[in-house]
Design a binder for this molecule. Sequence first.
Ligand code: ZN
Length: 142
Amino acid sequence: MMRLEHIGIAIADPKKSTELFDRLLGKSGYKQETVESEKVTTHFYDMETAKIELLVASSEGSVIEKYIQKRGEGIHHLAFEVDDLPTEINRLKNEGFQFINEKPKPGADNKMICFLHPKSTNGVLVELCQTIGKNENMDFEN
Ligand code: ZN
């Protein structure tokens, strides 16, 4: 079963946007983390039923930088947590969905992640994630 884990929001100016979201959400983020391989720095807010993930480019050539140049700041992706990522990837492939990366890679917040291509999901970038260590059966060797 899929559970809405977080909503990713592309931001350009971390200082300005974290101040704005602190005021909007009435709380501070609980975690800031840079994922070097993705060239992105994340700021997480725990909103209980799901998290908000602010995404800012951490270096040049980041996908977030390109996204903002093309489409501006705003909602970037929806992330669904699943219990068994390989099984869910297979299920969605069999359903005809296309992946940007079907081999899960390390993401922020102790998760393995992969993305579906928005052209197969009605224009919505969808992330699938699974918490590392939550399922003994997780095998991402290849
Ligand atoms: Zn995400």
